[in-house]
Design a protein around this ligand. Sequence first.
Ligand SMILES: Cc1ncc(COP(=O)(O)O)c(C=O)c1O
Length: 412
Amino acid sequence: MSSNGKDRAVAAGLKLPIYLDNHATTPLDPRVLDAMLPYLTGKFGNAASHSHSFGWEAEAAVEAARMHVAALIGASPAEIVFTSGATESDNLAVKGVAEALADQGDHIITLTTEHKAILDSCKRLEKSKRCRVTFLPVLPDGLLDLDQFQKAFTDRTILVTIMAANNETGVLQPIEEIGRICRERGVLFHSDAVQAMGKLPIDVKTANLDLVSLTAHKYYGPKGCGALYVRQHPNVRVAPLIDGGGHEHAMRSGTLNVAGIVGFGKACEIARAEMAEESCRIAGLRNRLRDRLLAELDEVIINGHMELRLPGNLNMSFLHVDGESLMGAISDIAVSSSSACSSGTPQPSYVLKALGLSDAAANVAIRFGVGRFNTEAEIDYAATCVIEAVKKLRERSPQYSSARQNDSTGKP
Ligand SMILES: Cc1ncc(COP(=O)(O)O)c(C=O)c1O
């Protein structure tokens, strides 16, 4: 952004940097903080203390929160197991089912585009020879190929784990269709619904879900607090990862994070009341950003299915620029580049590679995550920032000049 433009925006009240990374985490909603504060101060009891009022009041708050979390996904409160977050919930679902159902089978089906908490849990089971795992590829738009999926089942399959929405591309998998197929075959269906929860309606009964991973910090709740939905009637068996005092139906021992759970419950209550209107507003902001970028820049790719996508997600590759230079040039907006830096070298995202992107296209992808507190003015500022940065970087890009020349001569 030119310094004049930046000064004008700040004078008009815009606060920089602008947060557009709401898939990584979200700010705490002030209403959530208000609900939590008493449980960090005077109401500090242990929810497992059954002999005095401090414990009773903590337990009552936990149970009220459990009801709100359950209501958001159409579950009953007894089916919610509180954890430290979705990484733990994913581990518990995959490893817990593999252990509990070891006498029935040892095959798991998942996708190559799942979160690492799923992929690495599956790989650990494979490494220890406890399970065989089918990692299904996805189509170029990021969706599961349902024919290929149906062919992947064997008579040893005990679990399918497929996310509701992808954390990089926002692509929505057909979970109701997947759930129907799993139920017909008598195979458990787990979904990491971390990104979809609170943004789109999810009903565990309609989607035939047996296990669902959730985490509070992706929908304006606190970090370090999540849950695993575990279906009852008929009862889904899950072996615990953490043994101890037998909390949470002995599926997850450890003193409950009362303030976190209260915040999680409040975040779910707000999401349930406001989701429909909020998702519409957020999709409008996302489309405004997309439309301006597409109108003013050529040689860009939208990664993943544009319609079957989270309302706040936009994942775009800006071709013929250097990814790191682009991120440096747009430091006034907090977004995520798709490449993960391990051992000092940027690695292209495995999710985008699974969609068939070249290393070059994956390395210049940016994930924009629009959220509850973003405004039109912020979106307009972000769009201008990106457009100016990309145009400037392309002035010095020989690849861009030759791509333009090929376009005008019709050569490939
Ligand atoms: C799809 C998905 N699953 C799991 C996680 C991990 O959640 P948590 O940070 O609660 O461990 C994340 C967060 O990055 C995510 O996006």
